[in-house]
Write a protein that binds this ligand. Structure first.
Ligand code: KG4
Ligand code: ZN
Length: 334
């Protein structure tokens, strides 16, 4: 089995996966959402302290499987440095103590592999990656070589949900809260404009939309429950329309036989509905990760690590580094 460890942001997670069949034998995640909620975002120092408490507890649970582990895969980029260090330190110690090879996994590659939990990857593939830290449209060719077709020039899609939730004191993370409130809101009440709609660049931007929402909230003054739901509905609709508007232009230029959507914000149902329509219009096969594995988790890290294990891509535990930022275009996915 391969052991996967994920701690790049505010989730501590461990998974054990069979190397031959990719069958998940153990999976657990300890999330820090409640602890960060009152601050409206992740507090790095608090995240590091909570990882330091959670990871040993997770390792304790997999002790009975130690003799079956053949390698350790750990997220070493990108992410919060103090969070990455927590998981990487645990992985390095286990690697040295148990004499096991260590594999470095890029968190974003992990999200892409969440599409292939339990089955073989399909390439070529288009990918929309929407998380708290990233908004990316990628093309992955038949050799697993990645090119970035679009990214955001400021906030990410998920982050914009978090910031809008913070403006209305709805806690952190904001994605699911906003989605749930939007269900009882009137998405036509406020006219937020779709960012960069008449701009030819294949690029995303969410900070202008965030400001439109901020001004609207200030104009409303004391918010009623209905106001909050209406703001949530109008914001969500506009943010999703922005994603789809640019994607439609990308689909006009590139042909995707398969198109996958990954990352924590890929759980958004409004986004999923509109992606389904887009993919059926262009004849693309739409792939999702299982809902449970859309947000950060160690199962996707173990799965990505399993491919690197097959390719013999190991690191030296004593010198392996973390990288808070990463360059996806330098990574091959196969
Ligand atoms: O992938 P993830 O767990 O962590 C990062 O790698 O960033 O993504 C978390 C992000 C948060 O910003 C959260 O608000 C967002 O995903 N998210 C959503 C939804 N569920 C989670 N955004 C929109 N709609 C959702 N249903
Ligand atoms: Zn993530």
């Amino acid at each position: 089995m391969i052991l996967g460890i994920e701690s790049s942001c505010d989730d501590s997670s461990v998974a054990l996966m069979k190397l031959g069949t990719f069958e998940l034998k153990f999976y657990k995640k300890i999330t820090q959402e409640n602890e960060h909620s009152k601050y409206g975002g992740v507090v790095p120092e608090l995240a590091a302290r909570l990882h330091a408490a959670a990871l040993p507890r997770l390792i304790e649970e997999i002790k009975p499987y130690f003799s079956d582990i053949k390698a350790i895969a750990v997220t070493n980029e990108p992410g919060l440095s103090v969070s990455l260090i927590s998981g990487v330190s645990v992985a390095k110690s286990l690697s040295v103590a148990l004499n096991l090879p260590i594999i470095a996994v890029n968190h974003l590659i992990g999200h892409i592999y969440s599409l292939f939990l339990g089955n073989e990857p399909v390439f070529p593939l288009g990918v929309l990656l929407v998380s708290g830290g990233h908004t990316l449209v990628l093309n992955i060719d038949e050799n697993g070589v990645i090119s970035i077709l679009a990214t955001t020039s400021d906030d990410s899609f998920g982050e914009s949900f978090d910031k809008v939730a913070k403006m209305m004191d709805l806690g952190y993370p904001g994605g699911e809260v906003i989605q749930n409130l939007a269900k009882s809101g009137d998405k036509n009440r406020f006219k937020f404009s779709v960012p960069l709609k008449y701009d030819k660049r294949l690029e995303y931007s969410f900070s202008g939309l965030k400001n439109q929402v901020r001004v609207q909230i200030a104009n409303l003054g004391d918010l009623s429950e209905q106001d909050i739901s209406d703001v949530a509905a109008c914001f969500e609709e506009t943010a999703v329309n922005h994603i789809i508007d640019k994607l439609e232009k990308i689909f006009d230029k590139f042909e995707f036989k398969n198109f996958g959507v990954v990352g924590g914000a890929s759980a958004n149902l409004n986004l999923r509905n509109k992606l389904e329509k887009l993919c059926s219009k262009f004849g693309s096969n739409l792939l999702y990760a299982p809902l449970k594995f859309c947000s950060d988790n160690a199962a996707m890290i173990a799965r990505a690590g399993a491919t690197k294990f097959k390719n013999g891509e190991f690191e030296d535990a004593l010198t392996m580094q973390i990288h808070p930022r990463s360059n996806l275009e330098l990574i091959r996915l196969k």
